[in-house]
Design a protein around this ligand. Structure first.
Ligand code: ATP
Ligand code: MG
Length: 567
């Protein structure tokens, strides 16, 4: 393709709204354009990358027996009412009405539709197991769309669903998927790692997230470099640091603590360690208020909290709700709930704090010499694990880092088949609900994640497997017919050899053309100029390593074929 005819609108400046590297580079290199918050158009180069990622995904899904389908994006409300998710899904679901006033949604995910399709078209155990997948656009009205296409409101996902007669059978497909996902991420050049995940409200024991370490990731994980223990922050455990604050013989005392808005300020004001301060918080847990206590040097992990309380929703009370109870955020104590029917749960680390500091249920006041033992408290592990905390297996310091979730596989059990009456006939003619698994990969997020992991100060560095083109021929002196002719000859030779090539025939300064080639990240660049043509030595630069090779004209095709296909 001639670059003069292509839409590659490169920019010199980063877009003002971009935080992450991939967002900046994909816009600057002319791959994507924003249509609205979290909604992007993919320009020609991006579409080529996406199709390459999709093809790798297809190969791996087909290899484990997946059948590709394309489900409808618009779905009627009634289908979602069958599982209760029309109401449960919440504000993330885009909803719309047709001309007759019937409600539809734009699919955020497709469990309901695939379950209905299998229920209505598969009936016998003899037809099982089955695996279906699609590559389709998903819609989620994310609270915070960010980082370009990493968290979009409209994005491309590969979603797969499998149907089984037993958990053992599901396990086989689950393991196949696990391996297929590992292959996919390796093939697209991502160092993704599987973490056992919290499967949230969906349930089931098998659940893994595939995560790629990245500065702009919104997932957090801990890992022990010594013994290999690893976990997402939602399920991570680490023994707490023991403290020894024996009970005081002094009575509890209310002290004035003006201007202390953080734990650090309060600790400094009172001359105590943050671990001696107990934070009290009120949570709404599935409609019921619960008091949660944690040490000043720790944070509550709400996923762990929801899990220990077996709750589907936990959230802090709002300032208004606290106000109605006559309380102020930051100054609450268990005395405020003493005679009320409110359960108190505390992180296990709180039990060491016998002579502690706690809010005094009044702005700017705290109690000192507080002793937790006078309350009826349930101790549980609800702490967020921090960088440097001890590994629960070997005790070495844990590393905590952010990562991008590129894929997720999980066991759905009968969460969808049961309410939807999706059953098959077993060997004995009995109706049984399908055991299901589901498996997602964010295709557009994968594209951006590759850029997060593979770039330098000059631009994107695509791995060959997903690069939009393999080679860019940068012709300098484009106005000289003899030079341009050589450029075209090389272009034809490469294209005939199946090497995907762009011919930069634009009449621009060499500096601009080199900058663009680096920015868009094509793996190999050949310079065709007066100098190279007359010397017969063509410069081929490897975008990734920066190495420059001098190759004769006849050697260009075999040299690049070897580099690209290893043959
Ligand atoms: P997240 O925790 O990032 O919101 P999720 O748990 O909601 O992800 P799933 O429902 O498991 O995600 O979706 C499967 C895959 O789709 C994810 O692993 C991710 O790669 C991708 N994905 C999810 N939400 C988005 C989004 N808003 N934009 C782009 N890709 C997404
Ligand atoms: Mg999500």
């Amino acid at each position: 393709m001639r670059m003069s005819r292509m839409l590659i609108p490169t920019l010199r400046e980063d877009p003002a709204d971009a935080e992450s590297i991939s967002h900046k580079l994909l816009v600057r290199a002319g791959y994507i354009r924003k249509i609205s918050a979290g909604i992007y158009a993919y320009l020609p180069l991006a579409w080529r990358v996406l199709k390459k990622i999709e093809d790798i995904v297809r190969e791996e899904m087909d290899a484990i027996g997946g059948q590709e389908v394309l489900m409808s994006i618009l779905m009627p409300k009634e289908m979602w009412d069958e599982t209760g998710r029309w109401d449960l899904y919440g504000d993330e679901m885009f909803k719309t009405k047709d001309r007759k006033g019937r409600w539809f949604c734009l699919g955020p995910t497709h469990e309901e539709q695939i379950t209905a399709l299998v229920r209505d078209n598969v009936s016998s155990y003899k037809q099982l197991p089955v695996i279906f997948y699609q590559i389709n656009t998903k819609f989620r009205d994310e609270l915070r769309p960010r980082f370009g296409v990493i968290r979009g409101r409209e994005f491309i996902m590969k979603d797969a669903y499998s149907f089984h007669t037993s958990v053992d059978d599901l396990k086989k497909t689950y393991d196949d998927m696990y391996r297929a996902y590992s292959n996919i991420f390796r093939r697209v050049g991502l160092d993704a790692e599987a973490f056992e995940a919290d499967s949230g409200a969906i349930g089931g024991k098998m659940s893994h997230e595939f995560l790629v370490p990245a500065e702009y990731g919104e997932s957090e994980v801990v890992k022990c470099e010594k013994c290999g223990y690893k976990a997402t922050i939602e399920v991570a455990h680490a023994p707490y640091k023991k403290v020894d604050y024996p009970p005081s013989d002094k009575p509890i005392e209310k002290v004035h603590t003006p201007g202390t808005h953080t734990i650090e300020q309060l600790a400094e004001f009172l001359g105590v360690e943050p671990s001696r301060i107990i934070k009290s918080m009120l949570y709404m847990v599935d409609g019921k208020i619960v008091m949660v206590l944690i040490r000043g040097d720790y944070e509550v992990n709400e996923t762990k909290l929801a899990k220990v309380l077996d709750a589907s929703e936990v959230r802090l009370l709002t300032p208004d709700e606290l106000d109605e109870m006559g309380l102020v955020k930051g100054y609450i104590s268990p005395y405020a709930v003493k005679d009320k029917d409110i359960k108190i749960i505390a992180d296990e680390s709180v039990q060491d704090v016998k002579d502690g500091v706690i809010g005094a249920d009044e702005t700017d006041y705290h109690y000192i010499h507080f002793n937790i033992d006078e309350f009826d408290v349930e101790y549980v592990d609800i702490r967020q694990v921090n960088d440097g905390d001890a590994c629960p297996v070997c005790g070495a310091p844990l590393k905590r880092y952010t990562a991008i979730e590129v894929g997720h596989i999980f066991n759905l059990g009968t969460r969808y088949s049961e309410p939807m009456g999706a059953t098959y006939l077993d060997e004995n003619g009995q109706r049984k609900p399908y055991i299901m698994g589901c498996y997602g990969i964010g295709i557009s997020r994968v594209m951006a994640t590759i850029v997060e992991r593979s770039h330098d100060e000059n631009g994107i560095i695509w791995p060959i497997s997903v690069a939009p083109y393999h080679v860019i021929i940068t012709v300098l002196d484009v106005k000289k017919d003899d030079i341009m002719t050589v450029g075209e000859e090389i272009y034809k030779a490469l294209t005939d050899a199946g090497i995907e090539t762009i011919l930069d025939d634009r009449d621009l300064r060499p500096g601009v053309k080199f900058k663009d080639a680096d920015l868009i990240g094509i793996p190999f660049r050949i310079v065709v100029s007066k100098k190279t043509v007359s010397s017969g030595e063509y410069e081929i630069k490897d975008r990734k390593t920066g190495e420059v090779f001098k190759v004769s004209k006849d050697e260009i095709v075999p040299f690049l074929r070897e580099k690209i296909y290893g043959q």
